[in-house]
Design a protein around this ligand. Structure first.
Ligand code: KG4
Ligand code: ZN
Length: 349
């Protein structure tokens, strides 16, 4: 992009209402100018799904139906505005659970139609990336991520490396061949008898464990930018079975710490190598697993690249990130018609 194009592409002020219902969080937020958060409400369904050991899709959709309008109402109230003060409504269109996505998209359509304001469908993964732009009103703005940027996106459903050369321009370099990083945390937690969701449970158990107690495999898949976590999960399973057969008590803290160290090791080494190879300016870490303290510490301690990590509140699913991505879509002219459908398996690129 030459200097004149850059000059012409100024981003106008804009107030976005974001809505997120792709999985088990009903969320709404009001965000200004792509970054400044006025309100963010997240109604978690974790307690409802705990009994099933994971998200029960139909239960999730029906809970979204019950809570969506109250959550939106609260987000508008906390931002001291009404729907007519909003410039556009951004809503997660996918990827996610179809039934859950439909609730958010239909609520957004109803409000867009009633208030006569544009609708913007947002990719959930794009939302996770834009969570690094968000900061609460009245606080100091963290530095804005600079392109070209390498994003490591690690959530419950996805683990991928994306090269981002400009706003909304993504190239997926690689992704997981089997389990997503968050999924591996959830499955290993179950093996260790730890509660759902597994990420925070493993992190907590790992605090008192020795990360070198078990030498779990690191699947590096050299020569590609892909990940694989199923071998690691199977390795944990084998150790657990063996100890159980021997009638020994599970060293849960050591197992959790050693598993977590293997995940962090693979994620950071691959990301740093890709950042070097593709000559990016900065690295961005996003998705639910970016809430993991060991992973954050590893990225913050490396000295090779400036790194952006969303604040804890914006790592796991929320609507502030959807509003942020929605702002850039809206500002660059990408609005959607009211017959917009959901896309449960929508890749980012
Ligand atoms: O982004 P997210 O909230 O939902 C999806 O888009 O999938 O990510 C949820 C995933 C779950 O697998 C959860 O176990 C994981 O993020 N997670 C964590 C932590 N907090 C959430 N994994 C590791 N450590 C954490 N502290
Ligand atoms: Zn997510």
């Amino acid at each position: 992009m030459n200097e004149i194009d850059e000059f012409e592409r100024t981003f106008p002020p804009g107030r976005i209402l974001g809505i997120e219902t792709s999985c088990d969080e009903t969320a709404a937020a009001v965000l200004e100018n792509g970054r400044v958060l006025q309100s963010s409400v997240v109604a978690s369904q974790i307690d409802l799904h705990k009994q099933y050991g994971g998200v029960f899709p139909e239960v999730a959709s029906r809970q979204h139906v019950r809570t969506i309008y109250a959550v939106v109402e609260q987000a508008l109230q906390q931002a001291h505005i009404s729907i007519s003060d909003v410039d556009a409504i951004a809503v997660t269109r996918g990827p996610g659970l179809a039934g859950s996505l439909v609730v958010g998209v239909n609520a957004a359509k109803g409000m867009a139609l009633a208030a006569g304001i544009p609708l913007v469908g947002v990719n959930h993964l794009e939302g996770h990336i834009y969570s690094a732009w968000v900061y609460p009103a009245g606080t100091i703005a963290p530095p804005e991520p600079q392109f070209p940027l390498l994003a490591l996106l690690v959530s419950g459903g996805h683990s991928e490396l994306n090269l981002i050369t400009d706003h909304l321009v993504y190239k997926r370099l690689g992704s997981t061949l089997d389990d997503a990083a968050g999924e591996a945390f959830d499955k290993v937690a179950r093996l260790l008898g730890l509660p759902y969701p597994g990420g925070p449970s493993i992190q907590k158990a790992a605090e008192t464990g020795n990360p070198e107690a078990f030498a779990f495999p690191r699947s590096r898949l050299d020569g590609t930018w892909n990940f694989s976590f199923s071998g690691l999960k199977t390795a944990v399973l084998r150790v657990v079975r063996k100890l159980e057969e021997e009638g020994k008590e599970l060293p849960v803290a050591d197992l959790a710490a050693s598993f977590q160290a293997a995940v962090v090791d693979v994620l950071i080494s691959k990301t740093l190598r890709a950042a070097q190879v593709f000559g990016v300016k900065e690295i961005l870490l996003a998705g639910g697993v970016s809430a993991n303290k060991a992973l954050r510490t590893a990225f913050l301690e490396q000295q090779q690249f400036p790194v952006h990590i969303p604040a804890f509140a914006y790592c796991t699913d929320n609507a502030a990130m959807i509003a942020a991505a929605g702002y850039y879509r809206y500002a660059l002219g990408h609005t959607d018609p009211l017959d917009l459908d959901v896309l449960p398996t929508w890749p980012l690129s």
